[in-house]
Design a protein around this ligand. Sequence first.
Ligand SMILES: NC(=O)c1ccc[n+]([C@@H]2O[C@H](COP(=O)([O-])OP(=O)(O)OC[C@H]3O[C@@H](n4cnc5c(N)ncnc54)[C@H](O)[C@@H]3O)[C@@H](O)[C@H]2O)c1
Length: 342
Amino acid sequence: MKTNLYSSIIEKISSDKFSSIFILVDENTEQFCLKLFIKKTGIKSFNKIIIDSGEENKNIDTCVSIWDQLNSFKADRKSLLINLGGGVLTDIGGFAASTYLRGIKFINIPTTLLGMVDAAHGGKTGIDFKLLKNQIGVFNDPLEVLLDNDYLKTLSKEEFINGYAEVVKHSLLTDKPDLTFNSLVKLDLFNDSEYIINSYSLVKNEIVKSDKYESSIRKVLNLGHTIGHAVESYSHISDKIIDLKHGQAIVIGIINELYISHKKFNFPLRDVVSVKEHLKKYFTLIPLKENDMENIYDLMVYDKKNEGSKINFVLLKEIGKPVIDQIVDKELFKESFVFYNE
Ligand SMILES: NC(=O)c1ccc[n+]([C@@H]2O[C@H](COP(=O)([O-])OP(=O)(O)OC[C@H]3O[C@@H](n4cnc5c(N)ncnc54)[C@H](O)[C@@H]3O)[C@@H](O)[C@H]2O)c1
């Protein structure tokens, strides 16, 4: 058992530093992860807060229910919230903790690949609002993020693969030869998951370290997300395409934005094609029609990362060489979907 991983958390929860400890779970992480967490930490005294799983619950109502439960258990400013779950849970748990009594401490224990490699790190917390993802939130770092891939054993294959989109994104952003996309494709997602989690979460952490509040370099992490977030929101509101998971939508964003990079910056077409082919091994690329594109474009205009009505993209000159704040016209946006649909 990887007990040494837990030594810092065990020390924190067994000290009298915190007046009370809360563990936030959803119905799946309660069933599959909580017992393991209790066994590994030996924690005895805590209150459990349960929320419903799913992106559709990453909203203010769920947040109110967390605040309500903290209130009813008389949480105070010295309470600690432990978020045990995927990206939805760590996003909302981090936000609820950061706003309750002007902020209580929280720890993230991600239990999905996506959470381990991306969502649990970097201090972005938040909820969706109306049609838009992550529209309300704050930057606030967790006290600690613990990566234990033992939790992945109960994750469905579909959810496991969902997190791979962000791994591919990180491999396109780094210029470290042993981590770039060409090295990643030589790994086995399932057998090498521990290495993948530790290495590619570091890519994110290094970027975040130099620009916590996303005023410049951190924006590169939005590669694939300008189009991807709009596709994700569209899939939730439209009956024309199936509901997409975050990773599935980001894959569409990555392919389109790499094609746009090719057109604007001569990013090699052979790399765009090999990324698309590699992603197709794991993800089904759903066809998107002209009308879908129009709706996705409109949603992008409302994205919070845009200034005025200009849509800001992160593009690549080559693998490991991102450029931020790029404006892309609608024609090129549409052309990228022609490439995507081929
Ligand atoms: N804050 C950030 O920087 C950041 C970065 C990337 C993504 N995100 C957010 O992350 C979210 C997506 O996260 P996700 O893909 O982890 O989704 P998720 O949290 O919805 O988890 C996916 C599903 O797996 C279940 N689950 C979690 N762990 C499990 C386990 N070990 N065994 C069995 N079932 C388990 C959950 O209950 C859920 O049903 C999105 O809301 C996205 O916006 C945030």
